[in-house]
Design a binder for this molecule. Sequence first.
Ligand code: NAD
Ligand code: UGA
Length: 319
Amino acid sequence: METVVVTGAAGFIGSHVVDRLLSMDMLVVGIDAFTDNYPTERKEANLKEALQNPNFMLVRGDLNDLDLKATLKGIPYVIHLAAQPGVRGGWEADYEIYRRNNILATQKLLAAAKGVKKFVFASSSSVYGNAPYPTKEETPLNPLSPYGRTKVEGEKLCAASGLPVLVFRYFTVFGPRQRPDMAISRFIKSIYDGEPIDIYGDGEQKRDFTYVGDVAAVTAKSLLTEETGTFNIAGKNIVVINRVVEDLVKIAEMQADLRYLPTQRGDVDHTGADISKAITQLKYNPEVRLFDGLKKQVAWYQREILGREPTQPKYWKPY
Ligand code: NAD
Ligand code: UGA
């Protein structure tokens, strides 16, 4: 059995990657500091099933403080997802949190990972800024947020490490367990709390939404291939925010008021990836369409957050 270390294991994407690796009969060592970007209970709940599995071990600790050489000893694979995420923060003193968790922690982990067969680094569409569509991997990097800058730095550290690295630039990931600060999570919460839905700008900004199950599948599978290099991982669901809100209100079969607020610093107008490199080299195949994924995320919210049986929405959207 192969062993893999997953950092950020208790997070949104990390917990799905852990579940996927366990389903592939791998031994998984998860590392997570349970940072305070959202409540620890939510992160613990993300690992509910994994913690029942004897092939999973959790190390609670900060990458900056742990003895990583000892933790990584003899382990051939590392998937590095731990970070301070979010494009709208980092403009003030909180940049220190981004720097510590995204740059310093990455360098420390890379140094300790000498000799691994594969090191996977979670980068982000935010490295591109407002890039031409469809955005290819060779597009010049022009991040508009402090977070995006830390991801560029992370990519450069990976390149300098000389390790066999796979860099995945994930595009706006959604689905069950999505971080509470992300748009779809916030929209669903507002709908069920009977609060107005906050939309930044005019809501016509586009995102290439990517279902978390597709992200977890390609991340876990690619680990065992010979491939290295940088890949866009996006969902082929390029949709404006206003449409996402409309669909969510219909799926939830609720009413909601909309409140338009100023555009937030750090936000880009659009994302939209060319994923042909991942399709060809990694056999990546994003399967879940936005509408089906939204239904899954609403059902998860009803079950796990509201503690009730999910409803069966009558609304159906043809593609
Ligand atoms: P998340 O906040 O849910 O998960 C990140 C986890 O990392 C958290 O559980 C946190 O406690 C842990 N962590 C942070 N700093 C740590 C440290 N120093 N030591 C140990 N653990 C630490 O975020 P997510 O949305 O699951 O994002 C996972 C990764 O994917 C991040 O690197 C993020 O930048 C990247 N990413 C996310 C998206 C997205 O749409 N969610 C898109 C592009 C890239
Ligand atoms: C997301 C993640 O938060 C980042 O960690 C990640 O790196 C990035 O994707 C990526 O693709 O690389 P973002 O695209 O901003 O960033 O995702 P959301 O937070 O879900 O926001 C999507 C859009 O909805 C943005 O235009 C935002 O302004 C808007 N939004 C967000 C609202 O209109 N209202 C809200 O309450 C929240």
